[in-house]
Design a protein around this ligand. Structure first.
Ligand code: PEP
Length: 247
């Protein structure tokens, strides 16, 4: 199964649902439909209405983050996996570099994953090195640490997807070379196999994916799909990414 996940970040108001309706219409009649899943992560303000609208449709909805506590707490503005699940969402991103930059540590992220799984959300766990770490050849060391510190063998790996998002590639138009990306995804899968002592969960790539460069990425068998930021705000671009991937 491949995944095309659209991360809206701080974008969207109620009527932006028209973008997702167009994508869902394409998805529901696409001949390749059974080969992939389409998931969108709109902001918290839209989670309930969008989740309810797409409940019996093909497209799935998730949140962009969740708080590291179960159910309810006294943390102002915090939103738990329990609350996300109760409004109908099915997935949550965890560990996006934006949130790591705002203070999410490996310990916090592990709690987030634990409570998300407990509340029956599927987790898209984001990892990635920054520019300096890449320049210093520390990419593998950083990725291994991010995976080992936040994931545990006892977590249900069927409910976890890992998204490799090099920070230097997010929103910059810069992407890794195909050969290099292939090696990195293989390495991530090796680490994941070691953690779970069985097959690796799906590993996606994210960072400036668009309808043109997806043609380069489709040659890399190891990639199980994409986490798409900027290009997911346009139904045309998002649909073209899927079309070009299967062309
Ligand atoms: C992201 O923020 O997760 C992302 C991949 O963004 P973009 O596609 O815009 O680089």
């Amino acid at each position: 199964m491949k995944y095309f996940i659209g991360n809206w970040k701080m974008f969207g108001i109620p009527k932006s649902i028209s973008i997702l309706k167009k994508i869902n219409s394409f998805y529901s009649i696409d001949k390749n439909r059974n080969k992939y899943k389409v998931i969108f992560t709109p902001p918290f303000t839209l989670l309930e209405s969008y989740s309810q609208f797409f409940k019996k449709k093909y497209l799935s909805i998730g949140s962009q983050n969740c708080y590291q506590k179960d159910q309810f707490s006294s943390n102002t503005a915090a939103i738990s996996s329990y609350m996300i699940k109760k409004v109908g969402a099915e997935y949550t991103l965890i560990g996006h570099s934006d949130n790591r930059a705002e203070g999410d540590t490996d310990v916090i992220l592990k709690d987030k994953i634990k409570f998300a799984l407990k509340n029956n959300l599927k987790v898209v766990f984001c990892i990635g090195e920054n520019k300096l770490e890449k320049r210093k050849n520390k990419t593998f060391r950083v990725l291994k640490k991010q995976l080992k510190k936040a994931l545990e063998r006892k977590f249900n790996k069927k409910k976890i997807i890992v998204a490799y998002e090099p920070i230097w590639s997010i929103g910059t138009g810069r992407t890794p070379k195909a050969k290099e990306l292939n090696k990195t995804i293989k390495f991530i899968k090796k680490v994941l196999k070691n953690i779970f002592k069985q097959n690796s969960p799906a590993v996606l790539y994210g960072g400036s994916v668009d309808e043109v460069n997806v043609k380069k990425f489709k040659e890399i068998d190891e990639i199980d799909g994409f986490l798409i930021g900027g290009a997911s705000k346009s139904s045309k671009k998002f649909i073209d990414i899927i079309k070009n991937y299967y062309r």
